[in-house]
Design a protein around this ligand. Structure first.
Ligand code: ZN
Length: 421
């Protein structure tokens, strides 16, 4: 077996995307041998030079390493020569089974999913493992290429995406996809296939808006699930398609964090208590602050998270929660949260038992009284408070989902779930 990792062949100008390149690469391997699987690995999404979809690709094939290297280098050279200046392709070829890569290579892959790794770290890893590699231009793509090589050993939760590609002459033109069939197929395929559509926003999430070669991408738990959904979608002709194993929808980016010890450009799962009431600011963004002892953590649900903001607005100071998301400039961008414990009562000024009116303060530390009835009360009284949210996990809707974020419907969470679809 040979593992071929490639990365950084995306081009905004020419609408190329690395998944398409990997699919073509796998096709070339299939002419010479067999292809075991294609991997689409979403790396730490915080990488500053990357767009939202920071993806690295690997192909597992029985083509001999030297021949596989030649085929891949040939294809990447074409891309590097003709593509835009932001594209810095990298190629890493590893002999042997993907589950048998050295521990250090798997560790590098795990790190690349959770934090920014450097080209120097990648080059050291490639050299230590004795892999063949090549970089074009800055060769930055070797970071993702090595991560893609190590990913199969590093990660244990894998989902599937079936990508359908457009004929080249249609790239950049409006996509012709019958959305009603997308919604029907999504309904039939749920919950094994997820994030195909957003029913509330009425959006076919699986159809991208970018000018690239992808017609649509169906995501789900297994190959049969995504194949069934794709079979139900009516559209312009599908030129080619490919199925990738991927860490999308797995929360592979999250690590357990402690307030006060969080770093920018990493994503965490953090426990805390709501310290300030949620506040909606200009642009519709919702902010609140969590506290844990003396530490505080500002959290935000931005406007594109749509109805998720209503869940955040339903929180009150004192609620105990677990929040998940990436930290940028000290603020955690909420992807999902769990309500652990809700404040169920609030202290209010007592009402007079005789006339039913609100009592007045009798002076600092003097409690409350009703002047007319001469009744009094020693202090505020606890009263039940209506809550518009229940314990359990809440998430952004499919339309706002980050690639790597795990949809609640996939299960395995430590509290009841309230999935969005
Ligand atoms: Zn009274």
């Amino acid at each position: 077996m040979t593992v071929v990792g490639v990365d950084d062949t995306d081009s905004r100008e020419r609408g190329m995307c690395t998944t398409y390149l990997a699919a073509r690469l796998a096709d070339r391997f299939a002419e010479r041998g067999s292809v075991e699987r294609r991997l689409l690995v979403r790396l730490c999404p915080a990488a500053p030079h990357k767009t939202r979809g920071n993806a690295a690709l690997a192909v597992h094939t029985d083509v001999e390493p030297a021949a596989a290297f030649e085929v891949a280098a040939d294809l990447l050279s074409d891309v590097a020569e003709t593509d835009d200046p932001q594209t810095h392709p990298g190629l890493v070829v590893a002999p042997g089974a993907p589950e048998a890569v050295p521990e250090a290579v798997a560790a590098f892959a795990g790190a690349a999913v959770r934090r920014l790794v450097t080209l120097d770290e990648a080059l050291a890893g490639i050299e230590a493992a004795g892999y063949a590699s090549q970089g074009w231009k800055t060769g930055r793509g070797r970071i993702g290429a090595l991560a893609a090589v190590g990913a199969w050993a590093a990660l244990d939760d894998w989902t599937v995406e079936r990508l359908a590609y457009r004929a080249a002459e249609r790239w950049g033109t409006p996509r012709d996809v019958d959305e009603s069939t997308v919604f029907q197929a999504a309904e039939a395929g749920y919950p094994d296939a997820w994030d195909t559509v957003d029913r509330v926003e009425g959006e076919a999430v699986c159809v991208p808006h970018t000018p690239g070669p992808v017609l649509y991408g169906v995501r789900g738990d297994d190959p049969a699930a995504v194949d069934r959904v794709a079979a139900g979608i009516r559209s312009e002709p599908v030129a080619t398609w490919a199925r990738f194993w991927t860490n999308q929808g797995t929360d592979a980016h999250l690590t357990a964090g402690t307030m006060g010890a969080l770093r920018d450009a990493r994503a965490y799962r953090v426990d805390g208590t709501v310290a300030t009431a949620p506040e909606t600011r200009r642009g519709g963004h919702v902010f609140l602050t969590l506290a844990d002892g003396d530490e505080a953590l500002p959290c935000a649900a931005f406007e594109p998270t749509k109805r998720f903001r209503d869940r955040v607005r339903a929180l009150r100071p004192g609620d105990r929660v677990t929040v998940c998301g990436e930290v940028t400039d000290g603020t955690l961008k909420l992807e999902k949260f769990a309500v652990r414990e809700l404040v169920r009562t609030e202290a209010v000024v007592p009402t007079c038992p005789d006339c039913g009116r609100r009592m007045e303060s009798a002076g600092r530390g003097q409690g409350y009284r009703c002047r007319g009835c001469r009744t009094s009360a020693p202090g505020k009284v606890e009263q039940p408070v209506e809550r518009a949210i229940e314990p359990g996990w809440y998430e952004v809707p499919p339309v706002a989902r980050r690639h790597v974020a795990k949809p609640l419907v996939r299960g395995g969470f430590d509290a009841p779930i309230h999935p969005e679809r």
